[in-house]
Design a protein around this ligand. Structure first.
Ligand code: FO1
Length: 310
């Protein structure tokens, strides 16, 4: 018998590891992954959705194990050629990956929603887990650095996270509608747990929570909300989380991340070295996911912990 639906909120690389673990320990119909789309942008005339694509490739077993984003067994003829022509080559689109952006852009132009396109691409790539964008409306993360506001990928990739972050904003969020199937799932009375994956809280999870109605639907779904800390032993596993926390005046700790999520959390999974100063109900477990077994083990741990809270 089904134990109910697990709704996982995820960004790209870090979150996708736990999403993969969850997909391997749950029947496909018992998992719904809500992807951040604040990192999305238009580049070279194409609609790029990095977190949706990372999730899709990871769940399809097509991800690039070296970069964490893009496809495995990639070739780079397009990038090499565009560089030769003096075009923009700061954001690296591999030849295989490029086909997805071209096709998504075509379908968006033809009037399909991002949700429809994502569902179809997932199906074609053999992903049985449901992956949905947080919204079909445009939301764009913006970063205020020392020289003013810039687009997220400009900050993250072009400037390699060098600007000192003073403020973040999610342009369009206030007018966005939450993805309707996500809201229907959350309000359907069958949610077993909401899992906040170990993604960057500021740029991966907060954009999802910034979509009007999303936070309330999670709070009202009557299921335990459990986050996995993206901090292991006082350090961010990957990406600019630690740098960003320092620049925003926070200490780099799992406790500070828990405080950021505040009342939303019913439970929090942290590594042994990070459990100090946290008032949320804790479960201490190894959270570093190196192998596939680590991903599955953490997924099982998170679910068992959530069930114990429910
Ligand atoms: N990240 C980089 O650091 N450099 C890149 O050139 C790059 C290209 C890229 C292409 C497609 C895609 O789906 C993701 C890509 N990413 C790249 C990753 C991405 O920008 C970030 O990891 C996320 O936006 C942060 O979650």
């Amino acid at each position: 018998m089904s134990k109910g639906l697990v709704v996982a909120l995820s960004g790209g690389v870090g979150g996708a590891k736990l999403a993969l673990g969850l997909s391997r320990v749950l029947p496909a119909e018992e998992l719904l992954v809500v992807a951040n789309t604040g990192d999305d942008f238009e580049h070279l005339g194409l609609s790029i959705c990095p977190d949706i694509d990372t999730l899709t490739y990871v769940l399809a077993g097509l991800d690039n194990p070296v970069t964490g984003w893009g496809r495995r067994d990639e070739t780079w003829s397009f990038m090499e050629t565009i560089a030769t022509l003096g075009g923009e080559d700061w954001f690296r689109l591999g030849d295989r990956d490029l086909a997805l952006h071209v096709e998504r852009t075509r379908r968006l132009g033809a009037g399909q929603t991002l949700s429809q396109i994502t569902a179809d691409i997932c199906q074609r790539l053999g992903v049985r887990t449901r992956v949905l964008p947080m919204s079909d409306n445009r939301v764009r993360t913006r970063v205020r650095g020392e020289n003013g506001w810039i687009d997220f990928q400009d900050y993250f990739v072009r400037q390699q996270c060098r600007p000192v972050v003073q403020e973040l904003a999610f342009a369009g969020a206030a007018d966005a509608r939450p993805q309707s199937e996500v809201i229907a799932a959350l309000s359907g009375g069958t949610v077993r747990a909401v899992v906040i994956c170990p993604s960057n809280p500021f740029i991966s999870i907060e954009p999802i929570l910034a979509v009007p109605g999303m936070r309330a639907a999670i709070e009202d779904c009557n299921a335990p909300v459990v986050a996995v800390s993206p901090i292991v032993d006082g350090r961010a596993v990957k990406g600019p989380t630690a740098k960003m926390m320092r620049e925003l005046g926070l200490t780099v700790s799992s406790a500070a991340v828990a405080e950021r999520y505040g009342e939303l959390l019913d439970g929090y999974v942290v590594d042994a070295a990070d459990s100090k100063g946290i008032s949320t109900r804790l479960h201490v477990a190894p959270t570093l996911m190196t192998t596939l077994e680590d991903r599955e083990a953490l997924a099982r741990t998170v679910l068992a912990f959530a069930d114990s809270l429910g």
